[in-house]
Design a protein around this ligand. Structure first.
Ligand code: TXA
Ligand code: MG
Length: 320
């Protein structure tokens, strides 16, 4: 099993030796390896059982370093970087040849992010290379937001997990790029779209389809529990299943249901706060998935702010 600890020197020397390390970020935990070492990158794909057509985000601690790996940063994206880095923003930028094909799945753009977590930023400062890091879950499963989640699923395949506690944002980064002067969002995430629009004007959202060549990772079914996961009106869903002798798990924003066992009900935020709901989402989905239940019933969030990104995850979890 992987060791869990706060030893940055240990993490650094493992990464320099081409090994993989679980790293905390403010969004979700990553499965990190040296992005400039094709063998390390290949073992990321192997460990996650991730198809190689799904490219990886590279992570750094500074703009100076990023300039070595990209050809340019378009003006409007630079505005976003200046405002939101370090933070839950990923930019698609034209890549330098030094970035291995495997990282970008052969695409011309590489996904780049300066993340915000003190421990991982310190680690990155000590490294000469960027870290390629997908979320540290087996491909298609729920993303990890605590070191134990990584341990449970990938712990027997990696030597070390840096312990940075629970993730503060809880949803993956928002992915942004530009095509012919138009800003696109390729994945809704921890950064509210309205905050982006306030700086660079209207954006277009392009997150659908399993065959979108610009973001091949945005598959219809993703973030999925192993149990049947049904999304809709909870009162109706509960009524529909009540007499069928099935054990139901409930994922709701604020409400509990008095006619159902309380331990199989997960509330995302008692106050109905969408930031708090985002923080709790993946841990709650996992907790339900690990209980002895036949299915999980969930409701959509209000469709604004982070609610949009949460709904995106819920929709993909429910798609089969
Ligand atoms: O918050 C996050 O972004 C986390 C933490 C660890 O940084 N990382 C993460 O990585 O969510 P991953 O691999 O689980 O999701 C990355 C997404 C995938 O959907 C992938 O297809 C897309 O980013 N992506 C990566 N590189 C791309 C590229 N060059 N062009 C288009 N999409 C890209
Ligand atoms: Mg992922």
């Amino acid at each position: 099993m992987a060791e869990i600890g706060k030893d940055i020197i240990r993490a650094k020397s493992l990464l320099e030796a081409g090994k993989l390390v679980g790293i905390p970020t403010e969004t979700v935990y990553g499965l990190a390896g040296n992005a400039l070492n094709p063998d390390a990158v290949a073992s990321i794909f192997e460990t996650k059982k991730r198809p190689s057509f799904d490219p990886l985000i590279i992570h750094s601690d500074s703009m100076e370093k990023i300039k070595r790996w990209v050809l340019e940063i378009p003006e409007k994206l630079k505005i976003l970087a200046d405002e939101f880095w370090p933070g839950p923003l990923t930019l698609l930028l034209p890549r330098e040849a030094i970035v291995p094909d495997l990282v970008t799945s052969g695409l011309d753009r590489v996904a780049v992010r300066i993340l915000s977590h003190p421990l991982t930023l310190e680690l990155l400062k000590s490294l000469e290379f960027p870290l390629a890091a997908p979320s540290a879950n087996p491909f298609g499963y729920i993303s990890p937001t605590r070191p134990e989640h990584v341990q449970k699923q990938l712990g027997d395949q990696i030597p070390y997990i840096l312990d940075g506690g629970a993730c503060k944002v809880g949803l993956e980064s928002t992915i942004v790029g530009i095509e012919d002067e138009q800003i696109f969002i390729y994945r809704l995430g921890g950064l509210d779209v309205r905050e982006i629009e306030a700086l660079v004007g209207p954006v277009q959202i392009k997150t659908h389809s399993s065959s979108n060549p610009a973001a091949p990772g945005l598959l219809e079914s993703h973030y999925a529990p192993t149990k049947p996961f049904i999304l809709g009106d909870l009162d109706q869903l509960i009524q529909d299943h009540q007499n069928k002798k099935v054990r139901m798990g409930i994922l709701s924003l604020q409400r509990t249901f008095s006619n159902l066992p309380i331990e199989s009900q997960m509330i995302l935020s008692e106050k109905g706060d969408l930031k708090e709901a985002a923080q709790n989402l993946f841990a709650a989905m996992r907790a339900l998935d690990e209980q002895d239940l036949d299915l999980i019933l969930a409701e959509r969030m209000p469709d604004h702010g982070l609610g949009k990104a949460i709904n995106d995850r819920l929709n993909r979890a429910a798609a089969k």
